[in-house]
Design a protein around this ligand. Structure first.
Ligand SMILES: [Zn+2]
Ligand SMILES: [Zn+2]
Length: 346
């Protein structure tokens, strides 16, 4: 005999419920990120052309991410210094991130930084220009290191050394990704500001359309610091949250001949950007810029439906050509990438 479902049972049977948050996995995100950086550096990702200079930089960053992975593996549960359950409950009650970056760093922080520099010794041996950078970082005392970490988190580019900043940012990523991976989903609230990471309060580096399981086809914003991913509906500005004037821009990698052949219809001549930028429905949808004509900002979106191995931070870093084109078209980059810094003078 069949019975009628109780209230609440129906919701639990609803397999279309959107997972609102994807915490970083227990083994971190750095192994996959390093592999993706190497693939991008080798020019093996269609849709993301890479210059020789950028390729060299991506290879160096792949070694830095390898070092992050090694440090991540060395950490214990206790190193995470998660807040106690009362503090977690309070944060959830007030819709505050449970691990805010503004709070004091756990005791393991300087050790993480030291370990990262140690794992980079072989990298520096093959890159002499790196030796003075790492030596200067190694010489920092605890106070100077904390001041530098504060500058990196506040993105004070006017005082930061662009060569040093990626290494400090990388160490902070290890610490916060480790802590985030130890949280339970139930301890993370929904924030009022949908554009900030609900775990640590940082900004997203890019967004990603995921496939597989319950996340199928949903778009997530990827935290620049702790690698948590939180859901935001597609076709919505991840900066001002408006949705009326969103467009997608990609790099067109076709040859001049291919472009000429497809542009032979009269209409395309009226679109000055059509040779370099394509609106939606372009086959090259692995990475695109989501532009907003309300706030004139853009943030990149990678799509796992078009390349299973996309990694938001790595793909963002490697697609500087897209940044140039979209910036020339009048949009401002909403994200920073923790692995690439520019000095204020540049
Ligand atoms: Zn975060
Ligand atoms: Zn906007």
């Amino acid at each position: 005999m069949q019975r009628i479902l109780e209230r609440g049972e129906i919701e639990s049977l609803d397999h279309t419920t959107i997972p609102r948050l994807r915490l970083p996995p227990a083994d971190g995100v750095f192994g996959a990120r390093a592999a993706r950086l190497r693939k991008l550096a080798a020019g093996e990702v269609l849709g993301t052309p890479v210059s020789p200079e950028l390729s060299g930089y991506l290879d160096l960053m792949a070694e830095l991410v390898d070092a992050q992975d090694a440090v991540f593996e060395s950490l214990t549960d206790a190193d995470a210094e998660l807040p106690d359950q009362n503090a977690l409950d309070r944060a959830r009650q007030y819709a505050m991130p449970p691990l805010p970056v503004t709070r004091e760093r756990p005791a393991i922080w300087p050790t993480i930084f030291d370990r990262l520099l140690t794992f980079l010794v072989p990298t520096a041996a093959e890159r002499p220009q790196l030796v003075p950078v790492l030596a200067a970082l190694h010489a920092l005392d605890k106070n100077a290191l904390n001041a530098l970490a504060d500058d990196v988190l506040a993105q004070r580019t006017e005082t930061l050394d662009a060569a040093q900043a990626p290494f400090v940012a990388a160490a902070l990523q290890v610490l916060w990704t480790h802590r985030a991976s130890k949280l339970l989903l139930k301890d993370v609230p929904v924030l009022e500001a949908a554009t900030l990471c609900p775990v640590c309060g940082s900004h997203p580096v890019a967004s990603v359309v995921r496939i597989g399981g319950q996340s199928q086809g949903y778009r997530y914003l990827h935290c620049e610091l702790c690698a948590s991913e939180w859901h935001m509906v597609r076709v919505k500005c991840s900066y001002c949250e408006k949705n009326a004037n969103i467009a997608y821009q990609g790099v067109d990698n076709r040859s001049d001949e291919e472009i000429a052949a497809s542009d032979s219809d009269a209409n395309s001549a009226a679109k000055p950007l059509s040779n370099k930028l394509n609106k939606a429905n372009d086959p090259q949808k692995v990475i695109r810029a989501e532009t907003c004509d309300d706030c004139h900002n853009y943030r990149k979106i990678v799509n796992q439906e078009h390349d299973y191995e996309v990694e938001p931070l790595a793909d963002d870093l490697a697609s500087l050509t897209l940044d140039v084109l979209v910036t020339e078209a009048g949009y401002t980059r909403a994200s920073m990438n923790p692995l690439l810094w520019f000095s204020a003078a540049e």
